[in-house]
Design a protein around this ligand. Structure first.
Ligand SMILES: [Zn+2]
Length: 325
């Protein structure tokens, strides 16, 4: 094979930047909050693991049925009831199966948990004892050595909360899989990504997979195509230092504080407070910063905090979101 031909068509087992070479032993689990995340974030990764003979499992958390604007547009209706949402969820499920077919993943590679779309944060905060074991058993059954999961600072609340759930589900595991975090909504504020570039054929397959998500392409094709045409970027969490500070990264304006809610979750469960009742103290080194006081039974790592406005809003994205403590 000529050198330039080799460069254009790298063999599938070629080690990628910072990752071990994929092989028949590679077991990749993709945690996708909604149908289309698997294609946008991991369409190339999935193909490269499959091409090396490895196994792939897509763990879909929700059916993506709470997706009113594309549904209103495509179905020409204003009011969307429960039956309409279920129909939309079935439509997105079949689009996802077509997308997986384009990526070369067989139908049994898909496993669904059926959680409520836009309800993953509620599952985490109010049904921790049910959600964490459900995720842990799905992970244990597949025994992945690689898990692609949403980034903690993704601005979609289902994504950030899915990250926390996976971390809690893996807490205490003696031989945890390597965790690769992907960002779909928002901008990364750090460097050091692993990048995956696809061959021309893999990139074309990924575009076809995205086109299969027709319900999402209706209103957002420009944004989705832009995301899909970029190399896939992952933050390798195993290469990150473990967070050890209890100082919160947020300094919310005093005018907003009456409507703020702070939540803390760990393997011990979840707790939430209005800002003025939260167990916070001023940081001794920085009087503008707040430190979370140690709470009985919740000091064990990993521990995560979330700050959110406790008001109904049509804006779905997180402003502060989650942090690791
Ligand atoms: Zn999503």
């Amino acid at each position: 094979m000529a050198l330039n031909e080799f460069a254009a068509n790298p063999p599938p087992t070629m080690p990628t930047n910072g990752l071990p070479a994929f092989s028949a032993q590679t077991r990749l689990l993709v945690v996708a909050p909604h149908p289309d995340d698997e294609t946008i974030a991991t369409g190339l990764l999935i193909q490269q693991v499959l091409a090396a003979g490895g196994e792939v499992r897509i763990l879909l958390l929700t059916a993506g049925d709470n997706n009113p604007w594309p549904q209103r547009w495509l179905e020409r209706r204003v009011w969307i009831g429960a039956a309409d949402r279920q129909r939309w969820g079935r439509r997105r499920h079949s689009e996802l199966l077509q997308a997986l077919h384009c990526l070369g993943a067989p139908t049994p590679a898909l496993q669904t948990l059926g959680w409520p779309d836009m309800g993953v944060t509620d599952m985490l905060l109010h049904a921790t004892a049910e959600a964490v074991p459900a995720l842990a058993s799905a992970i244990q059954r597949f025994r992945p050595d690689l898990v692609a999961l949403p980034a903690l600072d993704d601005r979609h609340p289902d994504h950030g909360s899915a990250h926390v759930l996976v971390r809690l589900a893996l807490a205490g595991q003696s031989d945890p899989p390597r965790l690769l975090a992907y960002l779909v909504h928002g901008h990364a504020h750090y460097n050091g990504f692993i990048e995956i570039h696809g061959s021309a054929a893999q990139t074309a397959n990924k575009r076809n997979a995205l086109a299969a998500h027709r319900s999402q392409m209706a209103l957002s094709s420009k944004r989705l195509c832009r995301l899909t045409d970029m190399p896939e970027r992952y933050l390798d969490l195993s290469a990150m230092p473990t967070a050890s500070s209890s100082t919160l990264p947020w300094r919310p304006s005093r005018w907003l504080r009456p409507w703020l809610r702070l939540s803390v979750v760990s393997a011990a469960g979840a707790q939430s407070w209005r800002w003025r009742h939260a167990p916070l103290q001023r940081d001794s080194h920085d009087q503008d910063a707040y430190q979370l006081m140690v709470l009985a039974g919740t000091a064990a790592a990993p521990r995560f905090a979330r700050l959110a406005l406790d008001l109904p809003s049509v804006w779905i994205f997180d402003h502060w979101g989650w942090c690791a403590l």
